[in-house]
Design a protein around this ligand. Structure first.
Ligand code: SAM
Length: 349
């Protein structure tokens, strides 16, 4: 059964996710068409030659993508499911996939309508597991290569899809549940906590007392997460920092321009959340890494209203130019806590 690529994204970013799907498919010579209804938080890519493209569809990892939170291989969109037996047709289609599954994931897009479907999804799990067992589909097999995703897009419509273990985002709808550590003075702290989880697998492991620089630090949400990881933070911002942060004794406040400030010696981490042009911030971050001013960096790029995909590509290009010939790792992701922005992680390799 030749699959369609199913991507979950932030509502309002379907066009960017579609551009990314088109660009990635074109880069490997795969042609197809895209469906991306505005505000649906869902994009589908339909290859023209589905059989030939199935390996590519099943091999996509959301961790490599910017605008897709989750990527699945949809075996089909079932419509007009009978309200009295939604499970039956789903189990039938899942059985046609002829493979065991690690787990069953029931989900819906991250929209008001999608969230409203959760009251339908919860009571469906038990009858669906029963219907799957009756149809001969094994679920709960630890060694299976795929998860079975049933993605409801309406009360009577769902995609029956698979997600490859090791590639698929491990969170329902691709949304990690993160908690900022301590008592952060701003909600932005969740963004850095999520970035650490998504890019590093959790809070960074550093020697106690390692140095970090936070550019555009006020009021101190990001700095609070660096402090919680055991670092001493040089917080650069003309604005005021939360007193609770200064009271930790781990924070030095420098009222300076973040584009000019450089520490006296190399630091472990530089993070940057300045509201400035993405190209400028990307260049700054790459220069810090190139010059050995920091070992690694996480920086946020505030995207303009239009040409947001192009802006991300431009930022990538700038990093590549600045680090010309130096092996580096760059990941760019629109995190769940990102709004009109994306977050990037950069380090030399
Ligand atoms: C989005 S806020 C940062 C929030 C912070 N990350 C937190 O978690 O609380 C952006 C900050 O960047 C600062 N900023 C903007 N341009 C700057 C510059 N050139 N130098 C230093 N700080 C700058 C602003 O003063 C503002 O406090």
């Amino acid at each position: 059964m030749a699959p369609v690529l199913l991507a979950f994204c932030r509502a309002g970013f379907e066009a960017e996710c579609a551009q990314e799907a088109a660009a990635r498919a074109a880069a490997v010579g795969i042609r197809g068409h895209i469906r991306a209804k505005p505000e649906s938080a869902l994009v589908t890519f339909h290859p023209d030659a589905p059989g030939e493209a199935s390996g590519w569809v099943e091999g996509q990892a959301p961790s490599d993508w910017v605008f897709a939170r989750q990527l699945l291989a949809s075996a089909g969109l079932l419509k007009d499911l009978p309200p009295g037996d939604r499970a039956g047709p789903i189990a039938e289609l899942a059985a046609a996939l002829e493979r065991p599954f690690r787990q069953l994931v029931l989900e819906s897009p991250d929209t008001n309508e999608g969230r409203g479907l959760s009251s339908l999804l919860r009571p469906l799990r038990t009858p669906l597991l029963r219907a799957l067992a009756d149809a001969g589909v094994s679920v709960g097999i630890a060694a299976a290569t795929d998860d079975l995703h049933v993605c409801f897009v309406g009360t009577g419509a769902c995609h029956v899809a698979t997600g490859r273990s090791g590639l698929v985002a491990p969170w329902p709808m691709g949304i990690p549940r993160v908690r900022a550590r301590g008592r952060p003075p701003s909600r932005s702290a969740h963004k850095l906590a999520e970035a650490f989880l998504v890019f590093l697998g959790g809070s960074p492991h550093v020697e106690p007392g390692s140095l970090a620089v936070d550019l555009g630090a006020a009021p101190g949400g990001w700095a609070s997460q660096l402090v919680a990881a055991g670092m001493h933070v040089i917080a650069v911002d003309n604005g005021p920092l939360a007193p609770s942060l200064l009271e930790t004794g781990q924070v030095t406040h420098r009222r300076e321009d973040g584009f000019r400030y450089r520490p006296a010696g190399p630091v472990e981490w530089m993070v940057c959340d300045m509201v400035e042009s993405p190209s400028r911030v990307a260049r700054l971050a790459a220069e810090w890494v190139r010059d050995g001013a920091c070992r690694q960096t996480i920086f946020n790029l505030k995207l303009p209203m239009k040409r947001r995909w192009d802006e991300v590509q431009r930022a990538r290009q700038i990093v590549a130019e600045v680090l010309e010939g130096r092996r580096h790792a760059l990941k760019v992701k629109q995190l769940y806590h990102d709004r009109e922005e994306v977050t990037a992680w950069l380090a030399l390799q």
